[in-house]
Design a binder for this molecule. Structure first.
Ligand SMILES: Cc1ncc(COP(=O)(O)O)c(C=O)c1O
Length: 550
């Protein structure tokens, strides 16, 4: 027996990576991703051939992950405009995209309608009306599915039911709403959808959901409608993720573990697929079975490698934190293993904490690991799903977008006649609204123009203003910093989402923004921030494009 056993992950030399890049870092395996997708598809198609897999982008939205899934023939469940952009960038045809985000902001809905995606999942009667109104305004037709609240039928009310009640439409309202929907001119109802929970330990609740949704589809058929797709949501478990229960949580506090092995994907496919095939036999038009598996596809394809930074009694502080592995301890726990383990080491109970000053930044309690030392490497499993993709929320998607745009853009429009025109117009605005300028503090929202276009901050600086600027893109920020440094301009330039500025209240006399806030789904949040950082009596000029004078 070897003295030291090394954690093996998809045949990769994890330790060699750790020598080349800083910890913490994520490793994703293409091979495991492809295997997970193939195994899942096979498990269901064995029972029912007409299936579609809508991978939820929120699970892990790395471009490479999406590109691989695209090549395997997957479809996507997207949550708004930024995920639409990512999907298109990954090569997905619009017919393979379904928007599944309750109460999507207007801009996101419009973008998805204009793009012509396959369907929209509707969470309430009001949302259906809203979709009709927007589609009418855009003079087009869209397809929609109704999300059904699947109730519990047990004797005891399910406590989670209270939380699930915020999603979807009660069962009793589905058939009447479908009938109303058939009178809409711009929305065509095509399906029913639900989601009964994540990391399900058995297929039982999904089988029940199949029965309820097919019963509804039959009732809809009796009124003359057709349900072309039935979507069961996500919930197929990862085999290695430990789902928490109340009893499990209490036991963990005293150092005991409850082993709960979830049913595997083959079992889900067999039971759910069989139930579906049997149930839809009663329908005139057998629908497509749609699945939205997130965790089952992405979870085991990733690990996070982290280093021990400090040890305090039973606490081991590592450099990865809940911020990049956001999974509440109350929901479940990822397994943590040593990268190298001596065959003879006696295991101890450790609590593993992230380094942030947040009491809740705990990755595991009473976790069995060998004796540890500062500098040791640990591997956190199940880091492929709901890890950095959640951490890097919408604002990061935007940052990525602008980073990529900045890298693609070489030279910009500096010498263009339009730039000279815009610059003259901007100078006129400055003179009109900010004069006298000398000594005033100015904040500029976004630095794109400082790098690629009109370059108005140096003008303000030359007028004696004390200038500051923010941009969401670190690439744009670095480019702007380099230019300002070369020109000897002293400016406070920061990376920031304009909806969360790092400046104190009442800081600036003037705020200037041109062609920026309209990129946000919620521009009001940026305007509130502008108001907050402006001194009383300060002046903001916020320009947006004019449809009549582009
Ligand atoms: C509507 C819907 N579909 C799919 C999923 C993905 O679930 P899982 O990762 O458990 O498969 C979720 C998760 O919250 C969801 O809410």
């Amino acid at each position: 027996m070897p003295e030291q056993a090394e954690f093996s992950f998809a045949g990769l030399d994890v330790e060699r990576f750790a020598g080349r890049v800083d910890t913490p870092f994520f490793l994703f395996s293409t091979r495991i991703l492809k295997e997970n997708y193939g195994r899942l598809r096979h498990a269901y198609t064995e029972q029912y051939t007409d299936i579609r897999i809508d991978y939820p982008v929120k699970t892990n939205r790395e471009l490479a992950v999406l590109q691989i899934l695209c090549s395997l023939g997957a479809s996507l469940d997207i949550a708004g405009e930024h995920e639409l952009q990512l999907a298109l960038e990954a090569g997905f045809p619009v017919q393979r995209l379904t928007l599944d985000r309750p109460h999507t902001a207007q801009q996101g809905l419009e973008a998805c309608i204009r793009a012509g995606i396959h369907a929209f999942i509707v969470d309430s009667p009001q949302e259906l009306e809203r979709l009709e109104d927007i589609a009418a305004k855009l003079e087009t037709e869209v397809q929609a599915c109704l999300r059904v609240q699947v109730g519990s039928r047990g004797i005891f009310p399910n406590p989670v039911q209270r939380y699930l009640a915020k999603f979807g439409i009660p069962r009793s309202r589905i058939v009447p709403l479908w009938q109303q929907g058939q009178r809409l001119e711009h929305v065509r109802l095509i399906g029913l959808t639900t989601h009964v929970g994540s990391q399900l330990l058995t297929p039982k609740t999904q089988v029940r959901a199949v029965e309820e949704l097919v019963e509804l589809a039959a009732a809809i058929e009796r009124t003359g409608g057709t349900v072309a797709e039935i979507n069961l949501g996500g919930g197929i478990p990862s085999p290695t993720f430990r789902r928490q229960t109340l009893v499990g949580l209490l036991l963990a506090q005293v150092g005991l573990r409850r082993r709960q092995t979830p049913a595997n994907v083959a079992e889900f496919g067999r039971q759910v697929g069989t139930a579906f095939a049997a149930a839809v036999g009663s329908l005139t038009h057998p629908p497509t079975l749609v699945l939205q598996p997130g965790r089952a596809i992405a979870s085991t394809m990733g690990v996070c490698v982290t280093r021990v930074r400090a040890i305090k009694g039973q606490w081991v502080i590592v450099d990865a934190s809940q911020t990049s592995l956001p999974e509440s301890l109350f929901f479940g726990e990822r397994a943590i293993l040593p990268l190298r383990q001596s065959a003879v080491a006696r295991l101890r109970r450790w609590h593993v904490s992230g380094p942030t000053l947040n009491t809740g930044d705990v990755l595991a309690v009473n976790c069995s690991l060998p004796p540890l030392e500062v500098g040791d490497l640990l591997v956190i499993r199940d880091a492929g799903a709901y890890s950095l993709s959640v951490d890097r929320c919408e604002s990061d998607a935007m940052q990525e977008h602008w980073d990529r745009a900045a890298l693609r853009m070489k030279g910009g429009f500096r010498g263009a006649p339009s730039t000279a025109y815009y610059r003259r117009r901007e100078i006129a605005l400055f003179r009109r609204y900010f004069s006298p300028m000398a000594g005033k503090r100015l904040l500029k929202l976004d630095l794109w123009n400082e790098v690629h276009n009109t370059n108005i901050l140096p003008f303000a600086h030359a007028q004696g203003m004390r200038v500051a600027g923010v941009d969401i893109s670190s690439v744009v920020l670095e480019q702007a910093r380099a230019r300002f440094e070369a020109a000897g301009i002293d400016a406070d330039l920061r990376q920031s989402d304009i909806r969360a500025l790092s400046f104190p209240d009442n800081r600036f006399d003037c705020v200037y923004s041109m062609g920026t806030v309209e990129h946000l789904p919620n521009p009001g949040a940026a305007i509130s921030e502008v108001f907050r950082v402006l001194k009383p009596g300060g002046v903001a000029v916020i320009g947006v494009p004019n449809a009549h004078d582009p």
